[in-house]
Design a protein around this ligand. Structure first.
Ligand code: G6P
Length: 609
């Protein structure tokens, strides 16, 4: 993980580095740092533990005036989040920032120590620094030094190097972690993504796997892994169109929850022919839905719960068996996959290392690769046969909200498309389903109106040490997502169970201190959930019921709290029901005074295993 940036500027670059790092903090915030070249060409460094604001404060006390700089925001892997372990790492001659993991660092470290190198940090990064530094001492040529050193590094990483005495030189390298090059007027940039570079430019190129690039203010020269000079397309990133601020909201997460009616609507408009009441995918599919025997869905975290919900839709509507697994398991379990099957990968960032590895495995097994991603320039998007973008816009809050509901929206459209192609829908059913989807943004607006009531419920929940979530059907994976949201940002222990599983163990946990969140739209299996709710009530559990008017009427008991959602067809209710789930977690965390947008130990884009 971690975010890296490099700038060859026409003005003091450290402030620009901070501006770019602000947009990369989603990749980690354990420490940050910047290095630039002083007037005499010497490397000057400032680093700080904790969030970027600590570095910014240091910098205002000790400004760096150099016009060439690199910067870093860290999610600690090797070594504690101390200042010594903070990037950039530097010798007199070279400074480096790094994202990812150098897997053979122990071996390299031992070799370098044997040669007399003294290490100053516990990081894997420092081996890359010393390899280049040693080569530089031998040849005096920075480009040659990087070229010689890169093949010695194994793992998944992106690197940016700055050299003392070389005011017009930056070198970047990519192997398994993303790196973008930005083009300005007599300025050049490197960044982990285009969003980081958006304050300066929206013209970018992406390094391909194994590429390394030499930047001067006038441009860049790309090399592939064989060191041949290659051309990489310059494209408009579109990232500049997005304003990265909180608007009137206290947190990015609050803003992103509130934006959902709009972005879900935008995603729907992309996949539906609103006039005809049909799904209209704007891309040609390289497979035939009719000949599919099975769909394999792979993702991590919240995205995997979107996959689990979609499984219900594909199976019920299109009658295709679906298997869903988390990518960290899927990638290693040697799953047999029938040739020409469909493998779907879901990812907000499109850079999650496990999901990308799962994709490569599926590709090696002859699967058609379809990805549902929010960042369309990402590695996962680029390695897919078909990309289904979610049009959520940049998601900054570490806890995923709008990306999740946009994933669900895109997957619902795909499930209808599959069903329509396979002839498994009754006459008029496609139009009815499409109309249900079209109603969803409006239902989300209604759900958002419940916020002050939910805040009240959350104040009570904030006193709990454990919370249980229950649901059946698509409300079960939504319960899993609800529990994950609460854990992530409030640090309250939460678990989710399929309501029917309650009696097989978790019922033992229930007493009068345990809030039990029951997600139960009034659907065909509502009565079953009510029975499970009665079992909770009989044991004194504090039920928070999230249902609709009919559901509240039919509950047959008075829950400790009710969150009454508008009426809707239950098929796609998980999309609108995400709103109260998210608000409950959000307000519980706010009530506890937690750092909602940057919860401890987490990062938004997980580019390590
Ligand atoms: C991290 C984030 C989660 C996210 C997961 C998968 O754990 O904190 O919010 O769901 O990664 O990320 P992706 O970008 O692949 O959706």
């Amino acid at each position: 993980m971690c975010g890296i940036v490099g700038i060859l500027s026409s003005e003091p670059a450290a402030a620009q580095v901070i501006e770019a790092l602000k947009r990369l903090e989603y990749r980690g915030y354990d420490s940050s740092g910047v290095a630039s070249l002083g007037e005499g060409g010497q490397i000057e460094r400032l680093r700080a533990e904790g969030k970027l604001k600590n570095l910014a404060a240091k910098l205002s006390g000790h400004p760096l005036f150099g016009h060439s700089a690199i910067g870093h925001t860290r999610w600690a892997t090797h070594g504690k989040p101390t200042e010594d372990n903070a990037h950039p790492h530097a010798t007199e001659r070279v400074a480096v920032v790094h994202n990812g993991i150098i897997e053979n660092f122990r071996e390299l470290r031992n070799e370098l120590i044997a040669e007399g190198v003294v290490f100053k940090s516990e990081t894997d990064t420092e081996v890359a620094l010393h390899l280049v530094d040693r080569a530089l001492q031998r040849s005096g040529d920075p480009i040659k030094a990087v070229q010689e050193s890169l093949p010695k590094l194994r793992g998944a990483f992106a690197l940016a190097f700055l050299f003392s005495g070389h005011q017009d030189l930056l070198i970047g390298a990519r192997q398994g972690a993303p790196l973008a090059v930005g083009y300005g007027e007599n300025e050049m940039y490197l960044g982990s993504d285009a969003l980081a570079l958006a304050p300066f430019t929206d013209m970018v190129s992406y390094l391909e796997e194994g590429d390394w690039v030499v930047l001067h203010r006038k441009g860049g020269v790309f090399h592939d892994r064989t060191n041949a000079v290659v051309q990489r397309t310059v494209q408009k990133s579109g990232a500049g169109a997005y304003l990265i601020d909180k608007g009137n909201h206290r947190h990015f997460m609050a803003k992103e929850i509130a934006e959902q009616p709009e972005v879900v609507g935008r995603t729907l408009a992309h996949y539906l022919d609103l006039g005809a009441g049909k799904v209209h995918l704007p891309v040609a599919l390289p497979f035939d839905w009719k000949s599919l025997q099975r769909i394999t869905i792979t993702a991590c975290g919240t995205a995997s719960y979107a996959g689990q919900i979609a499984k219900y839709w594909f199976e019920a509507l299109a009658r295709i068996p679906v298997e869903v697994d988390v990518a960290s398991e899927f990638r290693y379990r040697e799953a047999p996959l029938e040739k020409n099957g469909l493998a779907i990968f879901i990812s907000q960032s499109g850079e999650t290392a496990d999901t990308l590895a799962g994709l490569r495995y599926a590709k090696s097994q002859g699967q058609h690769i379809l990805s549902v991603v929010n960042v369309t320039t990402s590695s996962i998007a680029r390695e897919s046969d078909v990309v289904i973008p979610t049009l959520a816009g940049p998601e900054i809050g570490v806890a995923s909200t709008k990306a999740f509901t946009c994933q669900l929206t895109a997957l619902a459209c795909l499930a209808i498309a599959a069903a329509s192609a396979r002839g498994t829908l009754k006459a008029g059913e496609e139009e009815a389903l499409v109309n249900d989807l079209i109603a969803t943004p409006g239902l989300m607006v209604e759900a958002l109106k419940l916020e002050s009531h939910i805040e009240h419920v959350a104040h009570d929940m904030a006193k709990a040490t454990d919370v249980l979530y229950l649901g059946r059907g698509t409300s079960y994976p939504l319960a899993l997502e609800g529990a994950l949201k609460l854990k992530e940002i409030s640090y309250i222990h939460a678990e989710a169970y399929a309501a029917g599983e309650l009696k097989h163990g978790p019922i033992a946990l229930i007493d009068e201190t345990l809030p039990v969140i029951v997600i139960a739209p009034h659907d065909a299996i509502y009565e079953k959930t009510v029975s499970n709710m009665q079992e909770v009530a009989a044991r004194g559990g504090r039920i928070v019921l999230i249902s609709d008017h009919q559901g509240m009427q039919g509950a047959g008991l008075e829950p400790a709290a009710k969150i009454e959602m508008p009426d809707m067809n239950p098929r796609f209710a998980a999309i609108a029901y995400s709103v109260p789930i998210q608000l409950l977690a959000y307000h519980t965390a706010v009530a506890l005074g937690k750092d909602v947008d940057q919860p401890r130990n987490l990062a938004k884009s997980v580019t390590v295993e």
